[in-house]
Design a binder for this molecule. Structure first.
Ligand code: GDP
Length: 443
């Protein structure tokens, strides 16, 4: 996804928080401002933007970042969760027999969406039919017929009949072999009484399971009023947003979702029958904010939290028994990373004195963040057996691991050296048999 300016300025603001563990009111305000700017330019309704800003502001200041997460990642998680709350989950659409009526203004993309949805259901193994009742727009019949043909689905329409309700009724009967019926209705340029009445009559005639409102992604302030009128007339269960392949991000449609207390069912992303996606919150949110990776970031925070828990469950006394593996070293590195630099940790251990420290090479203490990250990446390229028994790692394995991790062979060797050194240290600790050490490590 190409990041636009807004996305990158939001990203820039967030990146400024790198390394911080708590957020000031000013930090939060800056983030909220950036999000507001992104959402407003994506046509999201002002009231919705304000509501969202309030909850992000309130949570970001009240909730402490959990152990193992940075303030930046924590606030991203809050933004993501609040955004999911705003856009909602996708409309529930069981893969079974049903009748769906599409409503919307002329040009919103109903006819196209009817064929696309039929195509989508057919790919799910169902037998859909499109029933075309738009007698108002010249060309609607021919367009619908052609698209249904391209989608290879059943079709009914009658260019010689000017009664849409009669067409709808006949259409259902004529396509009774199909299990999913998608009824396309006429639109008008504006919300006219006649349009609403016609829709109500079709609704009565076909008794649909779902009414979906089709909206052009470029819709702005009009979305709310349209949604309200259609909802009052027939009840709207979900929204289809079309033309998302253009520049509009579709934020305006959220007002319709909010107004009808419904959700988004499908996204239209082109003019062909296959250009349809089932709505999925994270992709849509990323598009709205112009940031590609919010979901992954949110998941990363969850993972970091889970790992912290795992480390808390890990008992340093385990180290006192048996072999010190690379896996132990990794946990150790993470634990020490939280406790502080290695030499300071050693200084804190009562009775250890300078003895061990003096025997260690200087760079053994150099466990910088960067080095730890390199080591993590390298360990990811090792096999289970290698992690358990690093002594068996020879030159050919070192070459393979270096290639796999994209790191220098020298760095792999350094990691193995580091392990040997820590192993030696552990042996000495084991020799000490002193409860102080265990207590120390548990802190
Ligand atoms: P209707 O009047 O509501 O039935 O609207 P149509 O289905 O005829 O769509 C109006 C125009 O929008 C047509 O030219 C369609 O090809 C185009 N269109 C519909 N959906 C999409 C979409 O998702 N992407 C693009 N690029 N064009 C679309």
């Amino acid at each position: 996804m190409v990041l636009d300016d807004l996305g990158s300025s939001l990203r820039g603001t967030l990146d400024k928080l790198q390394g911080k563990t708590t957020l000031s009111e000013d930090d939060v305000e800056e983030i909220v401002k950036e999000i507001q700017r992104s959402l407003l330019s994506a046509d999201v309704d002002v009231d919705l933007v304000m509501e969202l800003s309030d909850s992000i502001r309130e949570r970001a200041l009240r909730e402490e970042p959990p152990a193992g997460t940075t303030a930046r990642d924590h606030v991203l998680k809050i933004v993501y969760e609040e955004m999911v709350g705003l856009v909602g989950e996708s409309t529930d659409l069981p893969l079974k027999e049903q009748t769906i009526v599409l409503a919307g203004l002329q040009g919103s993309g109903k006819t196209t969406s009817a064929a696309k949805m039929a195509w989508w259901f057919s790919k799910k193994g169902l037998r859909p039919a499109v029933v075309q009742t738009d007698t108002f727009r010249p060309g609607a019949y021919e367009q619908a017929r052609e698209m249904a043909e391209r989608a290879e689905v059943d079709f009914y329409g009658d260019p010689d009949n000017d009664d849409p309700v009669d067409i709808a009724r006949k259409g259902l009967a004529e396509t009774e072999d199909a299990d999913v019926h998608i009824v396309d209705t006429a639109g008008r340029h504006a919300l006219e009484e006649e349009l609403i009445e016609e829709l109500e009559e079709i609704e009565d005639a076909v008794d649909p399971d779902r009414n979906l409102l089709v909206l052009d992604a470029a819709i702005g302030q009009g979305a709310k009023e349209q949604a309200e009128r259609f909802d009052d007339a027939v009840g709207i269960d979900g929204v289809v947003i079309t033309k998302l392949d253009g520049t509009a991000k579709g934020g305006g449609a959220l007002a319709a979702v909010d107004q009808t207390d419904s959700s988004i069912a499908f996204l239209g992303t082109g003019e062909e029958v296959g250009d349809i996606e089932r709505f999925e919150a994270s992709g849509f949110i990323s598009r709205l904010l112009g940031m590609g990776d919010l979901k992954q970031l949110s998941e990363r925070v969850e993972r970091a939290m889970a790992e912290t828990q795992e480390e808390e469950d890990w008992d340093p006394e385990d180290l006192m028994k048996g072999e010190f593996t690379l896996r132990d070293m990794r946990k150790q590195m993470n634990a020490m990373n939280r406790m502080g630099p290695l030499d300071q940790v050693l200084d804190m251990i009562p009775g250890l004195g300078g003895g061990i420290k003096d025997q260690l090479p200087d760079d053994a203490m150099d466990m910088t963040q960067e080095r730890l990250r390199d080591f993590e990446v390298i360990m990811d390229s090792m096999t289970e057996a290698e992690l358990e028994n690093p002594r068996a790692i020879g030159q050919s394995q070192i070459e393979r691991i270096a290639r796999g991790s994209g790191k220098e062979e020298e760095t792999v060797r350094e990691l193995l050296e580091q392990h040997k050194m820590m192993n030696r240290m552990m042996k000495q600790f084991q020799g000490m048999g002193d409860g102080d050490m265990q207590r120390m490590m548990k802190q």
